[in-house]
Design a protein around this ligand. Structure first.
Ligand code: HEC
Ligand code: HEC
Length: 328
């Protein structure tokens, strides 16, 4: 993708691009929505401290970039709809990159399925969370832990849309976006609205890729002891869980998890389900939780973020062994 040179001149360039692209319909839009100019986007959704607010007009005024259906057990577990202001999408179509100030929102909805005249069709239910990214080509908020790597990062939960809950994008977000690093940390190939060119970034051979990943994990498991292999599996947990006492992020710190009652780490705001559960964490209960995240403690919030858990029994045993040691 082309990089920051296109940002020189910022807003003016975005306006020219729009004028050339689609004069007709955009003139009817409110000015702030159609331009991707730095000033308008930052004024609307970002305050001078770098706090990102949850846009209120997403589904009515913005354009739908694309959707993800997240599969589980042969069904659809969740539907992720991704939106951006029309001007930001048009800018990308002309320039092949997101404009400074561009904003992308992903809403995560639970899905339900039933037999329909089309087949086993799933539909989206209530919003669980909104993930937000705001393009920052100038490194504006160097001291704010929610800004970096060219973006501002934010997270709102459906149960309280007034409260931004992410604390540190490096812990809460970045780990999971590493596969999309080369496309400016965004999974662009999932968004048909961005034009035909983005398809080239799609994972090429899925079967080969997952076989390679499986082989790597098996090798790791064979080459080393359980807990050591478990440390590698724990990399999947680390975007949400630290092993440093009291250092909570999306999930609670797992320091001292072995033996403690579920939902009892000081200073972390648990779901009522986890806080009220009488499970105590042992090798057995950890295994059961990771095998069936939505089911073992129904209503717990990890089911929103990481419903898949760890399905491979060997990987699960390894990460549990690691937690029983490292998480003491
Ligand atoms: C569990 C892994 C994971 C975590 C944690 C995560 N993301 Fe993502 N994110 C993804 C994946 C994978 C996609 C695209 C596919 C999907 O939605 O299933 C995505 C898509 C997005 C999108 C839509 C644009 C894009 O990049 O494709 C936004 C916006 C986003 N994430 C923001 C965030 C923010 C902000 C955080 C932290 C508060 C975060 N994400 C944390 C994995 C993650
Ligand atoms: C994308 C975020 C995310 C990922 C990845 C994730 N978790 Fe969680 N986890 C959470 C959240 C959020 C909670 C809090 C649940 C609640 O309050 O209902 C949680 C809670 C837990 C708890 C309960 C802790 C306590 O204090 O009672 C354990 C144990 C746990 N996770 C283990 C893991 C393990 C092991 C992995 C990796 C295999 C993992 N999690 C991956 C988000 C995540």
């Amino acid at each position: 993708m082309t990089k920051s040179d296109i940002f020189i001149g910022g807003g003016a360039l975005a306006l020219i691009a729009l004028g050339a692209g689609c004069s007709q319909e955009t003139t009817a839009q409110p000015a702030g929505e159609q331009t991707s100019s730095t000033a308008s986007a930052f004024e609307r959704y970002v305050d001078d401290q770098g706090n990102i607010s949850l846009p209120q007009n997403i589904t009515t005024d913005w354009a739908h970039m694309g959707s993800w259906a997240v599969a589980k057990d042969g069904g659809v577990e969740g539907i992720h709809n991704v939106y951006a202001p029309k001007g930001d999408i048009e800018y990308f179509n002309v320039n092949g990159d997101f404009a400074d100030g561009a904003i992308i929102v992903k809403e995560v909805r639970a899905a339900r399925g039933a037999a329909h005249t089309t087949g086993d069709a799933h539909w989206a239910e209530d919003i669980q969370v909104w993930f937000i990214m705001v393009k920052d080509a100038e490194g504006r908020f160097a001291d704010n832990p929610l800004w970096g790597d060219g973006w501002g990062w934010a997270l709102y939960e459906g149960k309280d849309p007034t409260k931004q809950v992410a604390t540190d994008y490096k812990k809460d977000c970045l780990g999971c976006h590493i596969p999309a690093k080369d496309t400016d940390w965004t999974y662009v190939y999932g968004y048909p609205a961005l034009g035909a060119d983005v398809a080239q970034y799609a994972p090429q051979d899925q079967a080969a890729a997952s076989a390679a990943a499986a082989a790597m994990t098996t090798m790791a498991a064979e080459a080393s002891g359980d807990a050591m292999a478990g440390e590698e599996v724990f990399a999947r947990c680390a975007s949400c869980h630290s092993l440093t006492p009291d250092q909570h992020s999306i999930g609670p710190s797992l320091a001292g998890v072995a033996g403690r009652k579920a939902g009892s780490a000081e200073g972390y705001n648990y779901s009522p389900a986890m806080a009220g559960s009488d499970v105590a964490w042992s090798a057995e209960t950890l295994d059961a939780h990771l095998a069936d995240v939505p089911g073992f403690i129904p209503g717990n919030r990890m089911a929103t973020f990481f419903p898949a858990g760890v399905q491979d029994p060997e990987e699960r045993a390894n990460v549990v062994a690691y937690l029983m040691e490292a998480g003491q």
